[in-house]
Design a protein around this ligand. Sequence first.
Ligand code: AKG
Ligand code: FE2
Length: 259
Amino acid sequence: MIALNDGVPLDGFLPVNAESAQALAESMDNSGVGILHDIVPDAILTQMRSFVAHQIEQHSGQYFGLEGEAWIVDTCLNPLFEDAGFHALLRCLYERKMRASPPSDRIFPVLRGLTGTHGLRHALNFHYDSYVVTVLLPVLIPNGPDEPPGHLVMFPNLREARRFAVVNILEKLLVERLLKRTWRSPRVQQWLSAKIVPLTPGNLYFFWGMRSLHANQACLPSSVRCTALLHFGDPHEGNVFKGISQRLHVKRLRRMARD
Ligand SMILES: O=C(O)CCC(=O)C(=O)O
Ligand SMILES: [Fe+2]
């Protein structure tokens, strides 16, 4: 294990709080994405990048995905993950959209490192998140001349958040599996006015993950693209069908990791 927090003040993030909720929610409704600029200082990004390099080494130079709070607590992103202002902001966004309290205050963190040939398998996998609010924190985005940076691409607010877990699962099956090639088509993207979101490390990108069909564009196997996702508010938390669908998701990720 490498030391991750040496030399960086734990509170190095720019303060975040619920006062931003209204402007963010309007932007998420109107354009698909709301952005808070320059929240994550360079020193934190630098430390996260050495964590990422270490993970890639452990995954033999291939894609890695870390899910759940175990990975984040020892990193320098933990102060944001635990920040009361950040939690209040997420709660406020959820309540504005759902007109109800979130089932819990849990944030589900994911770290995705796209690299190697396996990284390409994770490009343009359009999906809806299981959570109402998604915050994307770009850690490392390819920026070489003429190389694809792996923009976020989305069909903003294509549907409402689903009340029933079963409806949600069936809809995801149809849209994410049966129609998966449809969304990849440049024609369809143009026709449905897909939004391309260039990502700049330091910023936080907010969108309605459960309502917006989204994916990352491909980047070169020789590059590294790493994003942290902070998911908040699963209206179907604890549902029995949800458990089945989660197990299928894990199986699918395992399949994708095979050669
Ligand atoms: O890395 C990205 O750009 C998006 C990832 C994402 O949507 C997810 O992990 O749910
Ligand atoms: Fe997502």
